[in-house]
Design a protein around this ligand. Structure first.
Ligand SMILES: NC(=O)c1ccc[n+]([C@@H]2O[C@H](COP(=O)([O-])OP(=O)(O)OC[C@H]3O[C@@H](n4cnc5c(N)ncnc54)[C@H](OP(=O)(O)O)[C@@H]3O)[C@@H](O)[C@H]2O)c1
Length: 307
């Protein structure tokens, strides 16, 4: 049981955590924090939080557990404003999509890694934002990756592990660097392809005509381009090294594909499509209901951040 939970950033991720813990009867009081009053008032009206304060320091003062779910670019500022205001035994965790930047932000703001900070990332989401988009089942049967550091208190890790399992999630642990590489491939790269494709088509002269004939496949592939631009700007910057490396590898793949098409190389095209179909059928479709298997290295074998 969490007596007092502080949620900083009561949007899709923070709001869904509060709702999930409430429906499991695992939390007493929930205090929210954010910048805009309408979102916070809406969160109270929806029963997601009990009350709110726009000052992060005040919100964490009595909290047993603090969950930070703001865009990555706002993490360092939040850490700086709660520094010195936490209860000695309070556990801090976060939902940020990149872990290296969160750890660097924590080190910069606190002067060291707080032993009771447990960096985390729920591999769950939708393309919608704000508290209205939150729902209690978001984390059910989804994975959450925790990236504890050598200095992290194992008891704090257990607490956060328990919290996510209470929401119906399966918890895995990985190093910070490995998390950022895996997510660059499985989540950040696909989002770049969707944003890039829609933007390229939107800037063509015959835009109206093109989108008028966009069918189901286009809709499926590009749904994630409706995700929050601010969130994705921050993810790209925070994970720029791993994401740039993935984009580089993918550019080579796309160039090869384009060359095969230009040469009308039927055999090569069939090879590529058969390999891709087999991989997707095995790793993505085969794991729709249960989380994807984890390899010995701890890799997620296939899952996108926004389902
Ligand atoms: N969406 C996904 O699919 C997904 C999945 C996994 C992880 N994540 C991560 O989860 C985090 C939150 O994402 P989300 O999808 O929940 O976004 P969201 O729905 O836009 O919620 C973010 C919340 O943070 C608040 N916020 C923004 N800047 C703030 C600041 N400086 N101080 C206090 N509150 C602030 C916003 O409220 P105000 O504007 O009123 O301040 C908003 O309620 C991000 O780090 C993201 O990388 C997202």
């Amino acid at each position: 049981m969490i007596e007092r939970l502080a949620i900083i950033g009561v949007g899709l991720i923070g709001g869904s955590l509060a709702r999930a813990l409430r429906s499991a009867g695992a939390v007493g009081e929930v205090i929210g924090c954010g910048r805009s009053l309408p979102n916070l008032e809406r969160a109270v009206a929806l029963g997601v939080i009990d009350h709110y304060n726009q000052d992060p320091a005040a919100v964490v003062a009595d909290a047993d557990l603090v969950f930070v779910a703001v865009p990555l670019g706002a993490m360092r500022g939040i850490f700086a404003s709660i520094q010195g205001h936490l209860r000695p035994h309070a556990v801090i965790t976060d939902g940020g999509s990149v872990k290296g930047s969160v750890v660097a932000d924590a080190r910069a703001a606190f002067g060291r890694i707080p032993p009771r900070l447990v960096p985390g990332h729920p591999i769950a989401g939708t393309e919608r934002s704000g508290v209205d988009a939150s729902f209690p089942e978001l984390y059910r049967n989804r994975r959450v990756i925790l990236t504890p550091l050598p200095e992290t208190d194992p008891e704090a890790v257990q607490r956060v592990d328990w919290m996510w399992r209470t929401c119906g999630a399966q918890v895995n642990r990985m190093s910070v660097a490995h998390h950022d590489e895996v997510l660059a491939a499985t989540s950040h790269l696909p989002h770049m392809l969707a944003f890039g494709l829609v933007d390229a088509l939107a800037r063509m002269d015959e835009t109206d005509e093109i989108f008028r004939y966009a069918a189901g496949g286009f809709r499926d592939f590009t749904r994630i381009a409706s995700s929050s631009p601010v969130m994705w700007r921050d993810i790209c910057i925070a994970n720029r090294e791993a994401l740039s490396a993935m984009l580089g590898r993918f550019s080579v793949e796309l160039t090869d594909l384009a060359e095969s098409i230009r040469r009308a190389d039927a055999e090569q095209l069939l090879d590529i499509f058969e390999r891709a179909k087999a991989a997707r059928d095995r790793y993505v479709d085969g794991t729709k209901q249960t989380p994807a298997p984890v390899t010995a290295k701890g890799d997620l074998t296939g899952e996108s951040e926004t389902p």
